[in-house]
Design a protein around this ligand. Structure first.
Ligand code: NI
Length: 258
């Protein structure tokens, strides 16, 4: 079975057929999904999805691009949600400098990234890290506040050296549709370099659909393309990639029930 470690099924792109799609996952070998909160609204929707579908688990958190909506009250509310049975992680949290160029906005991102890392530590949960165009600041903060927390660097987009740093700290590397893109040289090198035991697969759906569905709405049904790409890069059977990444995801989210 395949484990989708990072999905956004609360997204409005699924409004038309969410129920039908989610109920078709099991028969298509998708055994478990972690839906990831990215702001207040999507965290609420994530909690609702975990209550409705037995195979959906959740992560609660506020994404750096939405750090503007964070305050002490929101943080306390997020923390209260971590007590729920099926909340498996804090995320997605991190830094995203792609859109936010102003120094004060970046400082605010850092502040709430650190606070949510501290919250994860207090709650004993792993973290799902989002980092875009912010390699050095993310690593610095992770070294100071994220060491031994455990978790995943989702949609990994940095160098082999950077991947090794996170693997050394005990983190998993999230691999999604980008690994199938022809020009995605860096991520193919990362997959070749790090042990399969540190890789988990993810969609980040509705975004980042793999080839041959690139540009279309993504869903967990596309994960076999990601598994195939990893198997080709590493020269090991697809069945092995599927089985090992499943076990990795169970370990990452500390699910001892399967
Ligand atoms: Ni995401």
């Amino acid at each position: 079975m395949i484990f989708d470690t990072h999905a956004h099924y609360d997204d409005e792109q699924f409004d038309e057929d969410r129920e039908k799609l989610l109920l078709s996952l099991k028969e298509n070998n998708i055994g478990r999904v972690v839906n990831i909160g990215a702001n207040i609204q999507s965290t609420k929707s994530t909690v609702a999805l975990t209550k409705k579908y037995p195979f959906i688990y959740g992560a609660v958190g506020v994404h750096p691009s939405d750090a503007g909506e964070m305050n002490e009250e929101v943080l306390a509310w997020l923390k209260s949600l971590t007590d729920l049975d099926k909340i498996a992680a804090v995320g997605e949290i991190g830094l995203d400098y792609y859109w936010d160029k102003e120094e004060d906005v970046r400082e605010n991102q850092k502040r709430w990234f650190i606070r949510q890392l501290q919250m994860a530590r207090e709650c004993g949960l792993p973290v799902s890290i989002h980092s875009r165009d912010a390699a050095k600041d993310t690593l610095d903060i992770m070294k100071e506040y994220g060491k031994d927390l455990g978790g995943v660097i989702h949609c990994f987009s940095y160098s082999v050296e950077m991947a090794r740093e996170y693997v050394k700290m005990g983190y998993y590397i999230g691999i999604g549709g980008v690994v199938t893109f022809k020009n995605a040289k860096a991520i193919k090198e990362v997959v070749a370099d790090i042990p399969l035991e540190r890789i988990v697969v993810e969609t980040d759906c509705p975004y980042l659909a793999p080839v041959p569905n690139r540009g279309k709405r993504n869903s967990s049904l596309n994960l076999p393309w990601v598994i195939r790409a990893i198997s080709e890069i590493k020269g090991i059977p697809e069945e092995t990639v599927e089985a090992v990444t499943w076990e990795n995801a169970i370990a990452l989210y500390r699910m001892n029930d399967v």
